[in-house]
Design a protein around this ligand. Structure first.
Ligand code: GDP
Length: 170
């Protein structure tokens, strides 16, 4: 099954998006199968595509350097193991220096990256959206992980190029 990973800084809305897509509430700290210390995965479907959705979390470190190196470690794993990476940023906050660093990293990879600008339910995000073109990751897709708006467009873009289930079964 193809793997789609959700990455981004803490508090941008990764878990909210993950739960929206898989359609049920799973906590990253919950002690259930499929949950390890800092990542959680669930099979998910969109249209006639099936994939394993991975949420990368567990990055709540105070020290700036440790934080950056562990975020990079998470990204490395995501890039190595995923067919598609959804990079979530906080649109209400605007373009952030850490997002620029992460983007520099992501631009060098061959893995497909889709840029999700979350919190598009606020006016400030709508005003900020075009600023995210500067990250050089293509068209920023405005989403509200909480309300679900834009998530369909995001998934359309994420699954584009994956093999649909009907072709797999033939
Ligand atoms: P994570 O640390 O990246 O997994 O972020 P969470 O999913 O835990 O969300 C962090 C915070 O952002 C929470 O307080 C959420 O309620 C808030 N949040 C998440 N998605 C949205 C959204 O679409 N709109 C708004 N306004 N807030 C959101």
């Amino acid at each position: 099954m193809p793997i789609i990973s959700i990455i981004g800084r803490p508090n941008v809305g990764k878990s909210t998006l993950f739960n929206k897509i898989v359609g049920r509430k799973v906590s990253i700290t919950e002690d259930t199968p499929g949950v390890t210390r800092d990542r959680i995965y669930q099979p998910a479907t969109w249209l006639n595509y099936k994939f394993l959705l991975v949420d990368t979390g567990g990055l709540d470190l105070k020290d700036e350097d440790i934080f950056m190196s562990s975020i990079k470690a998470q990204i490395d794993i995501a890039l190595e193991t995923s067919d598609v990476v959804i990079f979530v940023v906080d649109g209400a906050e605007g373009v952030n220096p850490t997002d620029r660093e992460i983007s520099n990293f992501l631009r060098k990879t061959k893995t497909k990256v889709v840029l999700a600008v979350n919190k598009y339910d606020s006016k400030i995000t709508k005003d900020n959206i075009y600023d995210f073109y500067e990250l050089g990751l293509g068209e920023p897709i405005g989403i509200s992980a909480e309300q679900g708006t834009g998530v369909g467009d995001l998934l359309d873009e994420a699954v584009d190029g994956l093999t649909p289930v009907d072709e797999l079964e033939e």
